[in-house]
Design a protein around this ligand. Sequence first.
Ligand code: AMP
Length: 188
Amino acid sequence: MSRAVVALGANLGDRGSTLRAAASAIAALPGVRPVASSREVESIAVTLDGPDTTKPRYRNAVVVVDTELEPQQLLDALHGIEDANGRTREVRWGDRTLDLDLVAFDDVSLDTETLTVPHPRAGERAFVLAPWLDADPDAVLPGAGPVADLLAALGDDTERVDEPRLFDEPTRASRPATATADRTQART
Ligand code: AMP
C-alpha cells in the first residue's frame, strides 16, 4: 500500500462541482482508499507567459489517498477521470475543465516519458502547497522538505473558498493521526 497525493484544478465550467465529482471518482477507483482532502483555494490562472488576469480564475484542491496501484496505473486512472470530465489537451497550460496531477507517491522518485514524481513544479506552486497543507499539516514534499516551510518561503497568494472539504468529514476523521510522522521517523 502506498500513499499518493493528487492535485486537482479547474478554471472552466462549474469548477467546484467538477472538483467534487473528480474527488469522488478518485476515491471510488479500484485499489484506492481516501485518506484526507483539502478545502478549495482560488487563484489567478498561470500560463506559459506567466500569471494572466484575463483568464478565468482557477479553483484547486488536494486529495491524499492510499493505493495498491503503481504510480503509472494511478496516473492512467486520473487521465480517465479527466477525460470523463471533458478535458481537452490541445493547449499546454491552457484553460481546462479539469487537471489532475500526481504530486507525490510515497518517497518514490520517478522520471519517465509520461510521469515525473514528485511533480517537478509542485514546490513552486502555492495552489498545490496551500491545499496540500490544509489536507495534511505534516505533509513533506520528498526531496524538498516540509510543505509548511516551502509555502512560507514561497508566499501564499491563494484565497480559501468557503466550502467543505472534498471528501466527507468521517473519512478525514478516520485517518491515523500519526501516519505521516511515523513514516518520516521510519526513514531517518
Ligand atoms: P498537463 O497538461 O499539465 O496535465 O500535463 C499532462 C502531461 O504531463 C501528461 O502527458 C502526463 O503524462 C505528464 N506528466 C508527467 N508527470 C506527471 C505528474 N506527476 N502528474 C501528472 N501528469 C504528469
